[in-house]
Design a protein around this ligand. Structure first.
Ligand code: PRX
Length: 659
């Protein structure tokens, strides 16, 4: 791959200053303050991170060295020699710092009346009990435990119980199939599986235990399966293997305290599987001291968490976003974290806003795909609710196109609230490039500036830094505490994937450009970049252009093989409700892209798509779109993670009508 002609075609000019209200109490109060902190973090990383780790966490034994690393090996060690326990930091210490009776976790189920609130004391007690259960079931420090649960409080409890006894957890998103679960359990050889009877979603009860049963027929390492009764549906329990959560939690032997296991800073806290561009999922693992420092650090700076805030991250805990910003980050800081079981559009497209009003949410963190889908229903749904408690809005997971940004800003933020567009990855453990809400002027569509401690750069294929506004590969030149420490069972893949492409740096796999003010504009995965007649363009940019057309709700762009141009642009477009598909509109959309970006970006083909193939976490599955665009529908590959498989059939049929 060469980067020299990656073109960045977006010329977004809007700019919003950070709000004055809230600045006085903000953790970082101005751009100057950010710059001073950033400078220190780069010039004196050991001193900076030693201070942060001391301020944010409680250590049972101090570290010997702050950082030892060698990216060539690769080997990264933060706070070596130090000891701590993540559950102790998220729970026990808040029992004596005045937060004992404060809400740690508020759970909102799908039904409006289904609410459970755990104070720090209550959560601590539940975690101790389940930690005792795990011990009784034979789990020892270092053993792995897989958690296959919907968004129920037991998921957070089980995670922290694992952390308490030093058993790395591996959470498998409940939307994954039995085979995906099997592969993930087998890769890390978990001893215990925790699952539930079912998932409740959009008024339906979707059985989950049968998936676990199917997977467990081929998981020799699993000795016991603990089942949470959630929906109350009929469940087959296998004698000798399966146990009800509510039974084991009532056993006499598990009541009372469970001492937190002292963990070395570099002991594994969890494994989380994530998809690579090729091959089977990678078991990214994070370690205790560095990850927790970084989750707390970023929660504090970017979400500006204060003691009376209600923090709501809408992600599923099955993804890294939920790990870091529902559980570990907010709880390490002693905040109140809201956890929601269901979807934004059920029973109506105002569910998120209804919850914001109900709990007086202060910090709201969601994904652009959610914003775009809600845009489709129109802004009237936001107006039905009092959103005045909101203070900070966040975005994560993909580049947020300026149109979605503006909608979020105007209709949710009422033109006043900062939007933190946070760029990061499963591998980075926490936020990497993001505005600070009261310090950073905002440019819609830009993740803005690197956080303190993050030495981000854009390089060409020869590992040389490129100039302003030139596209290239986003790399990180120095370690940060939250970075992954490896891929479970695959050290060679770890090295290959992240440390061989650009010597001396971590390779993110994303393309980006940096403008003259140093703002980062993420162009999407490098493998999603299209090369048309020697011009390389970020698909995200073409999508942004399409979405800026008043009729378009969502767009996905992929490359299609082209005899002359190498690749040409194939766009799938979902219209907003109330607009009709027509040839005239197709022409208008092509013209619109020509106008917004230039003739080179005009799609060769636009196909109207009633829906886009998405994973259950809302990520568009471009691999499938590329296959459909390229007429390779016989080899669609693994479609088990699709939220709605019928979308694919509709697209294939729609394509046939086009040609
Ligand atoms: O391409 C980037 C995109 O999501 C990728 C990481 O995906 P994952 O590991 O699943 O983690 C998602 C949640 C952190 C990145 O390589 N991405 C994530 N956030 C942004 C983003 N792209 C642009 N802007 C973002 N804010």
């Amino acid at each position: 791959m060469t980067a020299d002609n990656i073109e960045s075609l977006m010329h977004e000019q809007r700019r919003y200053e950070p709000p004055a209200t809230g600045r006085d109490t903000a953790h970082v109060k101005s751009l100057d303050a950010y710059q001073a902190i950033y400078k220190r973090s780069i010039e004196d990383p050991d001193g900076y991170w030693a201070d942060r780790a001391t301020e944010l966490l409680t250590w049972s034994k101090p570290w010997d060295t702050v950082l030892e690393y060698d990216f060539d090996k690769p080997e990264i060690k933060w706070f070596a020699g130090g000891q701590l326990n993540a559950a102790y930091n998220c729970l026990d210490r808040h029992l004596t710092d005045g937060r004992r009776n404060k809400a740690a976790l508020i759970w909102q189920g799908e039904a409006d009346g289904a609410v459970r609130t755990y104070t720090y004391q209550m959560l601590h007690d539940e975690v101790c009990r389940f930690a005792n259960v795990l011990k009784k079931l034979g789990v020892k420090k270092g053993d792995r435990v897989s958690l296959y649960l919907p968004m129920v409080p037991e998921l957070a409890i089980a995670m922290l119980a694992c952390a308490r006894i030093g058993a790395p957890h591996s959470i498998v998103f409940a939307g994954f199939s039995a085979n995906s679960l099997r592969d993930r359990v087998n890769d890390c050889e978990s001893k215990i599986l925790v699952c539930s009877d079912a998932v409740i979603r959009s008024g339906k009860t979707i059985p989950l235990k049968p998936n676990a049963d199917q997977a467990l027929t081929e998981c020799p390492s699993v000795e016991k399966c603990v089942v949470v009764r959630h929906a109350g549906n009929e469940v087959a329990m296998q004698a000798g293997r399966d146990l009800w959560w509510h039974d084991v939690m009532c056993d006499h032997g598990v009541q009372g305290a469970c001492e937190p296991e002292p963990m070395d800073a570099e002991d594994v806290l969890f494994i989380l599987y994530t998809s690579g561009s090729t091959g089977k999922p990678k078991g990214v693992y994070h370690t205790t001291g560095g990850y927790l420092t970084y989750a707390a650090h970023t929660s504090q700076l970017v979400f500006d968490l204060h003691d009376d805030d209600i923090h709501w991250c809408t992600a599923d805990i099955g993804w890294i976003t939920g790990h870091s910003y529902i559980v570990y980050g907010p709880l390490a800081l002693g905040a109140t974290s809201l956890m929601f079981e269901s979807v934004p559009t059920y029973p109506e497209p105002d569910r998120f806003w209804q919850i914001c009003e109900k709990f007086k949410v202060n910090i709201f963190y969601t994904a652009p795909t959610v914003i775009r889908s809600l845009m489709r229903s129109g802004p009237a749904w936001t107006q039905k609710h009092d959103l005045s408690s909101l203070r900070i809005l966040g975005s994560v997971g993909e580049p947020i196109n300026p149109e979605a940004w503006m909608w979020y800003h105007e209709h949710v933020g009422h033109g006043k609230l900062p939007i933190v567009d946070t760029w990061w990855q499963t591998e980075t453990g926490g936020l990497m490039i993001s505005p600070l809400p009261y310090a950073t002027p905002l440019k819609p569509g830009s993740a803005s500036l690197p956080l303190p401690g993050i030495d981000a750069a854009i390089v060409d294929n020869e590992n040389k830094e490129v100039g302003p506004n030139q596209g290239g590969f986003l790399v990180i030149k120095k370690p940060w505490p939250g970075m992954l420490r490896g891929i479970w069972n695959a050290p060679e893949r770890f090295k290959q994937q992240y440390f061989t492409g650009f010597k001396g740096a971590y390779e993110s796999g994303d393309g980006a450009r940096r403008d003259e003010e140093g703002y980062f504009w993420i162009m999407g995965r490098v493998d999603d970049v299209i090369n048309v007649s020697g011009h390389r363009m970020g698909t995200a940019e073409i999508e942004s252009a399409l979405v800026s057309h008043p009729t378009v709700a969502e767009a996905a762009v992929v490359g299609m093989p082209h005899d002359i141009k190498g690749q040409s642009i194939y766009a799938y477009v979902t219209l907003k409700a109330g607009y009709e598909e027509s040839d005239d509109l197709l022409k208008a959309l092509k013209m619109h892209v020509r106008k917004e970006i230039g003739p080179i970006a005009a799609p060769e083909v636009i196909q109207f798509a009633p829906g886009l193939p998405k994973t259950r976490s809302g990520k568009i599955m471009r691999r499938i779109l590329r296959k459909i665009a390229s007429n390779e529908v016989d080899s669609l590959g693994d479609t088990s993670t699709l939220a709605d498989p019928s979308v694919v059939t509709e697209l294939i049929d729609g394509k046939k009508k086009l040609f």
